[in-house]
Design a protein around this ligand. Structure first.
Ligand SMILES: *[C@@H]1O[C@H](CO)[C@@H](O)[C@H](O)[C@H]1NC(C)=O
Ligand SMILES: *[C@@H]1O[C@H](CO)[C@@H](O)[C@H](O)[C@H]1NC(C)=O
Ligand SMILES: *[C@@H]1O[C@H](CO)[C@@H](O)[C@H](O)[C@H]1NC(C)=O
Ligand SMILES: *[C@@H]1O[C@H](CO)[C@@H](O)[C@H](O)[C@H]1NC(C)=O
Ligand SMILES: *[C@@H]1O[C@H](CO)[C@@H](O)[C@H](O)[C@H]1NC(C)=O
Ligand SMILES: *[C@@H]1O[C@H](CO)[C@@H](O)[C@H](O)[C@H]1NC(C)=O
Length: 814
């Protein structure tokens, strides 16, 4: 509308110019130009108003005519944003049209040239509940009767008015706004040395029911006794962050009543109070002084150069200490948090603890263990590598069964105990980024809900086979379930990152569902299993081929997979298909050279045969011992290995296997082990119908000591046969190969090629029903028994040192 009226202005001026004396052309040009200039200037600073539901927002208000005098229908919230253009005072009668009568919230922002607001300014806004006059950096004076006509105001913001004098605000509040609940005065009167909250402040708030006070961002606040006694005890919300507080003496004695109603206290960056309330001298942990606290932000309250050490032992039987829901103790130089609670109290309130950036070297497991409901824990930017080798470290989260998100970023960890998260089945996010891990192998058996593991910026050269297997199995497990998002934890995490979301709850008409919304694309917790392994020190060579293939072919979501790089030779290269093929070719070349060497070695070995036959006796004694051990293992009750062999073959070869291989194997084993029980496991006879094939493969291999593969052209093509080989390698099982003569293996997957290159094998042929195998069944079976014995020894060794490396995936017994 404002724009249209300017058009009219141009036209009429031009008409006027037409009527000038034609000889005064120069004058006319100058006038015309200057008018155009003015119009251009006006247009540039033109205000724009937009409607959004019940909201009406006008920006760039520079002149009186830019104000919307009449509102569209149904508008309840209006924002007017100014410029430097408007001078001195607001025009009167801005809100007198009846369309303003229903407005409940009004924001007047950024009128940086206004220095006074006069008495009648808010006239016409009878329904006003919330008023904000903020960021008016020249505003010095508000009239003491400004709120005369707006008795219903519940929430008043006068933030960032750097010249506004507190005494003017106090004067305007006395005996008015009896419904005032929320007062926000951040960053006012910055020109003064300090702000005094004293008798006048108490008078201004007299007979009101003020429960929320935000007076953050003021240089120095001197709080006098009257305020401590009359104002603070009524507050539910107090934000003093980034101010320096000078409080009266003797506050210690009032500690119990001082914050008796407080729900949210934000003392971020306040350097005074922590000394009083978290002091070690009196040996009590004084969170107790906040009996109703839900959110305590005590961040950055201690000088960064200090070192705060707690060695506190506290009785905690009656739950007399009340904990908040969210506790932020970050940036407090808490280097040593050795707090031990003795007693049975397990407070369930605490859900979020932030201990980041404390240079923390020690945190006692007992301290965390008494909070069974802990969901989010931030231990980033500390020095926990100082306790990584202490036995206690692996128990640190052992009692936090509800833990969902744990940040351990930047702790210089070189080692993570494998069972660190063994009792945390609800884990969604593990952040171990920016540490110094060169090797990473943790047990994720319990973490069935894990959605994101962040290993970015470590020193990993590759991932261990067990890690890759665990990631994959996580994926299978989760695909079975519906991937339900967890809105509760998403909300918590969101609030954790942006505390003002919690602060807003204390505001008028706060609508949580409107405030925190999750779109698929902005989700914080990913829907599928995701890893971030960027910026490590991956190496691409023959030893890491399996890892390289995993990266390319796994279904795990790897963040920015396409820019993942590794060192190959001396070059940093993208880890892609081309690179894999290059490495594969190189490695094949290398292994055929290896075969040449191997045959040379074979000659030497045959020269030594004599020596070997001399030792034959001792060996056969050992052979018998091995057999005894195997028998014990396989026929015992509650055994781990139920089968000696998992026989892997392609179903298309079933006839040959069932007619020629299986009977010979079984009869040999029956004789050797003098048993009638079947100790050969096959898919045909031992997979449980109705289960996922891949799970069954893993289960059976897990229960067998040795994997025997019958390699044929059909086998090499079969997806399941390939999966069986991969599973065998991942589980570090020894593999005995029975290969059909003349099978071309050049197109086999790398895992199988590696197997063929690695293990000696038996070869068989089946010409017109005549089955021939070399070497003899006796020798093959002896080889199998030796491999099985080796496996058994390895297993027992592992079990002795309780390594979690080879965790059984599927726990059910057969
Ligand atoms: C103000 O609200 C009342 C009741 O909700 C309604 O009847 C009236 O029409 C509204 N006035 C304007 C100007 O929107
Ligand atoms: C003060 O406000 C609280 C809610 O913030 C309310 O529960 C209480 O009844 C009010 N007291 C008075 C005297 O209005
Ligand atoms: C923790 O404090 C206890 C005393 O409460 C002490 O015995 C123990 O040595 C301390 N542990 C560490 C690691 O400082
Ligand atoms: C307290 O005030 C600061 C500065 O004004 C703000 O950043 C912070 O979000 C506020 N705290 C809460 C809990 O809203
Ligand atoms: C809260 O916000 C949501 C989404 O913006 C909206 O659908 C709902 O009606 C709002 N509720 C109230 C009480 O205003
Ligand atoms: C992925 O890479 C792109 C481009 O290099 C970058 O803009 C983006 O931030 C990266 N995403 C993550 C999650 O690192």
């Amino acid at each position: 509308m404002a724009f249209a009226s300017k058009q009219v202005l141009i036209n009429s001026t031009e008409n006027a110019i037409q009527t000038f004396d034609r000889t005064a052309k120069i004058l006319r040009r100058i006038m015309y130009l200057s008018i155009v200039l003015i119009v251009v200037l006006i247009c540039e600073a033109n205000s724009a108003c937009t409607v959004n539901g019940i909201n009406y927002i006008c920006s760039n208000i520079a002149t009186r005519s830019d104000f919307p005098l009449v509102l569209p229908r149904h508008i309840q919230k209006v924002t007017l944003m100014g410029t430097h253009g408007l001078d001195e005072a607001f025009p009167n009668g801005l809100f007198s049209h009846k369309t303003w009568a229903n407005v409940s919230e009004l924001s007047i922002l950024k009128f940086t040239n206004i220095d006074i607001i006069e008495k009648g300014f808010l006239h016409g806004l009878e329904e006003l509940k919330v008023i904000s006059i903020s960021a008016c950096t020249d505003l010095r004076v508000i009239d003491q009767d400004i709120f005369y006509s707006t008795p219903n105001i519940e929430e008043l913001h006068l933030d960032g008015n750097t010249r506004l004098n507190l005494s003017r605000v106090e004067a305007a509040l006395i005996d008015k706004l009896s419904n005032l609940r929320y007062l926000s005065l951040t960053g006012i009167q910055a020109m003064e040395r300090h702000l005094v909250l004293g008798d006048n402040f108490v008078k201004a708030l007299h007979a009101k029911n003020l429960s929320c006070l935000d007076i953050s961002g003021n240089n120095v606040i001197i709080v006098e006794n009257a305020v401590v006694q009359d104002v603070l005890p009524n507050l539910k919300y107090l934000n003093l962050s980034h101010s320096q507080i000078i409080a009266p003496g003797g506050m210690d004695n009032m500690a119990k009543s001082l914050f008796k109603n407080i729900e949210l206290l934000d003392l971020t960056g306040v350097q005074y109070i922590i000394l009083q309330y978290l002091s070690q001298e009196d040996h009590t942990f004084k969170v107790a002084e906040f009996p109703n606290a839900m959110y305590l932000f005590l961040r950055g309250m201690v000088d960064q150069t200090a070192k705060v050490m707690y060695n506190i032992k506290s009785r905690f039987e009656t739950c007399d200490i009340k904990f908040p829901k969210m506790f932020d103790l970050s940036k407090n130089s808490l280097t040593h948090l050795n707090i031990t609670f003795i007693g049975d109290c397990r407070p369930r309130e605490l859900e979020t603890v932030n201990l980041e950036s404390n240079n923390m070297e020690y945190i006692s497991p007992n301290f965390l263990s008494i909070f069974p409901s802990l969901k989010i824990l931030d231990l980033s930017n500390n020095l926990l590598m100082k306790m990584q080798d202490v036995e206690e470290f692996s128990d640190i989260f052992i009692q936090n069964k509800d833990l969902e998100i744990v940040f351990l970023r930047n702790n210089r960890l070189t080692f993570v105990p494998s069972n660190l998260f063994l009792s945390n089945s609800k884990l969604l996010i593990i952040d171990l980024s920016e540490n110094e891990l060169a090797y990473f192998n943790i047990n994720l058996r319990s973490a069935v809900n894990l959605k994101l593991i962040n290993l970015r910026r470590n020193r990993l050269k590759s991932l261990s086979a067990s890690m890759m297997e665990q990631f994959d199995s996580l994926l299978w497990k989760q695909n079975n379930e519906s991937n339900l998002r967890t809105p509760v934890i998403n909300t918590l995490l969101n609030e954790f990152h942006d505390k003002s979301l919690i602060g807003k709850r204390y505001r008028y008409g706060y609508n949580a569902s409107g405030d925190i919304q999750f779109e698929e694309s902005h989700s914080i917790i990913p829907l599928y299993v995701t890893t971030d392994i960027l910026e490590n020190r991956f190496v691409c060579d023959c030893d890491t081929l399996v890892f390289m293939e995993w990266i390319l072919f796994t279904n795990i979501d790897i963040i920015n997979k396409t820019v993942l790089s590794c060192t190959h030779g001396n070059n940093e290269m993208f880890l892609n298909n081309e690179l894999i093929q290059m490495v594969q070719t190189n490695c094949r070349l290398a292994s055929s050279i290896g075969i040449g060497v191997a045959s040379a070695i074979a000659i030497i070995i045959s020269i030594l045969t004599l020596a070997i036959t001399i030792r034959q006796r001792r060996k056969s004694k050992r052979h018998n011992q091995d057999l005894e051990n195997l028998k014990k293992e396989i026929f015992q009750d509650n055994i781990h290995f139920k089968f000696l062999i998992f026989l892997s073959y392609c179903s298309r070869d079933a006839q040959i296997v069932e007619e020629n291989i299986l009977p010979s194997l079984k009869s040999y084993l029956r004789e050797t082990f003098s048993t009638s029980r079947d100790i050969v496991c096959t898919g045909e006879s031992d997979f449980v119908p109705g289960m996922r094939i891949i799970d069954e493969i893993h289960r059976c291999i897990n229960k067998s000591l040795v994997v025997v593969t019958v390699i044929t052209p059909a086998f090499l093509q079969s997806r399941w046969s390939q999966a069986e080989c991969v599973a065998a390698v991942d589980r570090h099982r020894q593999v005995v190969i029975l290969m059909k003569k003349h099978t071309d293996t050049s197109s086999a997957i790398v895992t199988i090629q590696n197997l063929i290159g690695q293990y000696t094998r038996g070869t068989w042929s089946d010409n017109e029903g005549v089955f021939v195998i070399r070497p003899s069944w006796n020798i093959i079976c002896e080889g199998i028994i030796r491999a099985a014995s080796e496996e058994l020894r390895k297993y027992r060794r592992h079990n002795l040192i309780k390594s979690a490396e080879d965790v059984p995936l599927v726990e059910e017994t057969v």
